[in-house]
Design a protein around this ligand. Structure first.
Ligand code: SF4
Length: 379
């Protein structure tokens, strides 16, 4: 998409040193500024956050609203339907979780679709590369592998993993991997997800106008939904990627902006669709495309990665990572669902996940800090 030009007479809207600790990112932002290219940082600096929205005190779930409550005087009024600010905030947060969870679940389902088509012989460009991993994953969900061939194991595994999405009752298959004590706690709290589709559907239903007004119930449901992503869609995607493309191993690679080559056609792939990246890798080695790059005056094609799929390609194939690694997974604001909104901030506070926790002023649950349009996105 074409970048819009920054109006030059306004002067810098933010200090670059305030938005990044990365020298290479700072260099790129300086260049963007010199060239008059607007970035997300310019837009964030010039966008005054909506005071009601940033407190999550607005509800627009139905057309009797939007209802505007006051986080500074939280219990002075309720929405037209009677929803308190606790209910409104819990519902708003639940729908962030649903958005992120749906994104990852659908991605995981895409990987599972590919797996099915590969094992049924409809897609021939991919194959099961890591048989050991296939057997490990199968055993982890209770499939007996002794005496079975790869095709049998793969078919049984496909059927079992499909349940991750479609199951309406019972525990999600990868619950079998949850540490015993943790699983015990989840069971006690009724947090163990059933199938991702069921949890997403129930979350949307429960947070609709006039359905569940109790923030505790809503918090329980968004917690279960969050876990159906972390222990469902995203785990399926990871495992299927390893089975089809090979399990990553420690590897030495170049990283950061220096991987770009002045005399090559540079292609940077980012996102969370490893299928496309794997195909790009093949395409970039296609003699016809290499010749086309040469005909255009370049020495060749230089493929680089960024973000999730970039990290996968880096660890699987040694594709250079075009960005400082501390920026990888930098976005945890939950507003864009880019962090998959699966409540990782609620449950996984370790390195690489959001450690930014906020004691919510009203609903008394820890919620991820909303970074106001990803202002902290580039570290
Ligand atoms: S669901 Fe309730 S609080 Fe929300 S907009 Fe409708 S009436 Fe207002």
């Amino acid at each position: 998409m074409a970048e819009k030009k920054v109006k030059k007479d306004k002067g810098p809207a933010f200090e670059i040193k305030d938005v990044t600790i990365s020298a290479s990112t700072a260099q790129m932002l300086e260049k963007a500024r010199r060239d008059g290219v607007e970035t997300a940082f310019d837009r964030a600096a010039s966008m005054k956050a909506c005071p009601i929205g940033s407190e999550s005190a607005c509800c627009k779930i139905c057309f009797m609203g939007p209802c505007r409550l006051n986080a500074k005087d939280p219990y002075s009024k309720v929405g037209v339907c009677g929803a308190t600010i606790d209910t409104v905030q819990a519902r708003n947060f639940a729908r962030f979780v649903v958005g992120g969870c749906a994104a990852h679940t659908d991605h995981g389902m895409g990987m599972l679709d590919l797996f099915r088509e590969v094992i049924h012989g409809h897609v021939k460009e991919y194959e099961i590369k890591d048989v050991r991993k296939l057997e490990q994953v199968a055993r982890s969900v209770g499939i007996e592998t002794d005496g079975k061939n790869v095709q049998q194991i793969a078919e049984e595994l496909y059927k079992q993993l499909e349940v991750t999405y479609t199951q309406v009752e019972g525990e999600i298959p990868f619950a079998s991997r949850v540490p015993e004590k943790t699983l015990e706690t989840w069971r006690k709290l009724n947090f163990v997800p059933r199938g991702a589709m069921r949890e997403i559907m129930e979350s949307m239903h429960r947070t609709h106008m006039g359905v569940d007004q109790e923030y505790e119930n809503i918090a329980q449901q968004f917690s279960r939904t969050a876990l159906s992503d972390g222990w469902g869609g995203s785990m399926v995607a990871t495992e299927i990627s390893d089975i089809l493309y090979g399990t990553p191993r420690p590897i030495a690679v170049e990283t950061d902006m220096g991987v770009l080559k002045e005399d090559h056609v540079n292609i940077i792939v980012h996102g969370h669709e490893p299928n496309m990246f794997e195909s790009m890798l093949v395409s970039c080695n296609n003699p016809i495309l290499i010749q086309a790059a040469k005909d255009a005056g370049a020495k060749g094609i230089n493929l680089g990665g960024m973000c999730c799929s970039g990290a996968e390609m880096m660890s699987r194939h040694g594709v250079p990572h075009c960005g400082p690694l501390h920026v990888h997974r930098g976005c945890h604001c939950n507003r864009c669902s880019g962090c998959h909104g699966r409540g990782c901030a609620v449950y996984q506070t370790g390195a690489g996940r959001s450690g930014q926790m906020l004691q919510h002023p009203h609903i008394h649950h820890q919620l991820p800090r909303q970074n106001r349009r990803g202002r902290a996105c580039a570290v």
